[in-house]
Design a protein around this ligand. Structure first.
Ligand SMILES: Cc1cc2nc3c(=O)[nH]c(=O)nc-3n(C[C@H](O)[C@H](O)[C@H](O)COP(=O)(O)OP(=O)(O)OC[C@H]3O[C@@H](n4cnc5c(N)ncnc54)[C@H](O)[C@@H]3O)c2cc1C
Ligand code: SF4
Ligand code: SF4
Length: 435
């Protein structure tokens, strides 16, 4: 339902996507005195980074880095944040003059009045899979997205709500409002930064790995959640039966470097995040065996090779092997048989593990290609945002005044996303002051 309400507000910059790249770019512009609108489609800013456990190669706690940054972004007087919001369209009228339509979806909770007391969660009778825990556990239809969400406020998942009113009855501040409607807001800005991030490869597209069929085959993002301080369980366990695993396998390049599934490029982060997780698992489960099946280990960044050698030193097994198929054992114990080609020996082998983690790759988020009805926002051959001058000015896109930050232009890790956000905000600044 659209309210028909239409406001017209001006900002200096529109930043689309509130992950680490968009947040950093917004902060850079805001601290220089420019007014920024940060539009995020999820209920919280922070992107994928806020969901991570620790970060390679330093093993710093991801939440401990992200939370102060997110707090700085959300409190900055020059940054306005719209969560649960998307871009309808962006039209370039002239240099330094863009008009955009922003669609703000109702949260059915007045953010400013919500104390995050969770009484609505407790009262709500509806349980559904929790997308912020990557479906490892459930959540209610009235829910706070996750404990370090920003804004930390409840939301009503209207698609699953049965409108029983239980949440409204218990809410001590009366901030649940089922009359909220979708709002369409017209804004004017002088420059645009696209920081819409990446998508994770969906392993259901590779049925031979058994994801969705065998409960103890999970994704790397699910393992991130199991290892994070804000984790869904109090330990690492197999979703199939709650058993603590002791023979864990990683399958690298799941959905990367594989032309047969339409993604021939390297995701750049999967080797390193898998090596990171293997070290965290060795710490959490000292008696467990961890094996990483890989094609090549790409430890190309600063400190990465040392981090790889450190994992070997800790006892992580590295097997140069291409996984053909994963099946469950027939005795019903939920273990998995990996059939693979041992690349060094050139023979096909089988190995049994009790949990398998698919190191899923980075895919382009193509949302931004639909933002500009009158201009052409070019994509590169892999459908990431095209960098018009990737060597000299990597943040420039095919539209003057529109810049790209972070993984919206290709796979990269957090430090590179932050560097890229720095480049995008510096380019946007020089575009802003050339008026
Ligand atoms: C399992 C795993 C482990 C990782 N571990 C590490 C690590 O240890 N160290 C490291 O350096 N990197 C790690 N990474 C990589 C890291 O997550 C990325 O480098 C980083 O998240 C990129 O940030 P970003 O802002 O570019 O994108 P994202 O985090 O994807 O953020 C993009 C944001 O834009 C929003 N958005 C998307 N489309 C729209 C739209 N149309 N309108 C409005 N908003 C939109 C999204 O909701 C999201 O909030 C890991 C990644 C994975 C998958
Ligand atoms: S919506 Fe109300 S009951 Fe739910 S967390 Fe917020 S203040 Fe508490
Ligand atoms: S009205 Fe909806 S969100 Fe509120 S308690 Fe009932 S089902 Fe849950």
């Amino acid at each position: 339902m659209m309210s028909g309400q239409s406001k017209n507000i001006s900002f200096d910059a529109l930043v689309v996507g509130g992950g680490i790249a968009g947040g950093e770019a917004a902060l850079n512009l805001a601290t220089t005195g420019f007014k920024v609108l940060l539009v995020e489609k999820e209920l919280s800013i922070g992107g994928k980074m806020i969901m991570l456990s620790k970060v390679f190669p330093t093993l710093d706690c991801a939440a401990c880095i992200t939370t102060p940054k997110v707090s700085e972004i959300s409190r900055h007087p020059n940054i306005t944040i719209y969560t649960s919001s998307e871009v309808g369209n962006i039209n370039k009228i002239a240099e330094n003059n863009f008009e955009a339509t922003i669609i703000r979806k109702p949260r059915y909770v007045v953010i400013e009045d919500c104390t995050a007391c969770q009484l609505c969660e407790q009262a709500c009778p509806v349980s559904v899979p929790d997308q912020y825990q990557y479906n490892l556990v459930g959540r209610k239809a009235a829910f706070i997205p996750f404990s370090i969400a920003s804004p930390k406020a409840a939301a009503i998942d209207i698609d699953n709500c049965i409108l029983c009113g239980a949440c409204e009855k218990v809410c001590p501040t009366n901030c649940i409002d089922f009359t909220q409607e979708t709002e369409e807001i017209q804004i004017s800005v002088k420059t645009v930064i696209l920081a819409t991030g990446f998508k994770l490869f969906d392993p259901l597209l590779m049925p031979r790995y058994g994801f969705g069929l065998f409960k103890n085959v999970i994704t790397s993002m699910q393992m991130e959640r199991e290892l994070a301080p804000t984790r869904p369980f109090n330990t690492v366990l197999r979703p199939g039966d709650g058993k603590v695993p002791d023979k864990i396998a990683y399958v690298l390049c799941t959905g990367s470097r594989d032309a047969s599934i339409g993604n021939p490029i390297c995701s750049q982060i999967c080797c390193m995040y898998s090596i990171k997780q293997s070290q965290l698992l060795m710490g959490a489960l000292p008696m467990a065996d961890v094996t990483i099946y890989y094609l090549n280990i790409r430890s190309f960044g600063k400190g990465f090779e040392e981090f790889y050698q450190q994992a070997k030193g800790m006892g992580v097994n590295f097997v140069k092997g291409k996984i053909g198929k994963i099946r469950e054992t027939e005795n019903g114990n939920g273990n998995l048989i990996l059939r693979y080609e041992d690349i060094n020996e050139g023979i096909v082998k089988e190995a049994e593990h009790d949990m398998v983690i698919l190191s899923v790759g980075v895919l382009p988020n193509q949302d931004a290609s639909g933002f500009f009805p009158k201009e052409e926002l070019k994509l590169d051959p892999y459908k990431f945002i095209y960098q018009a001058d990737s060597l000299i000015s990597p943040a420039r896109t095919s539209i003057d005044g529109v810049f790209v930050a972070g993984t919206a232009s290709g796979p990269m890790d957090i430090p590179d996303s932050i560097l890229s956000a720095g480049s995008a905000s510096a380019e946007a600044l020089s575009y802003l002051i050339q008026e």
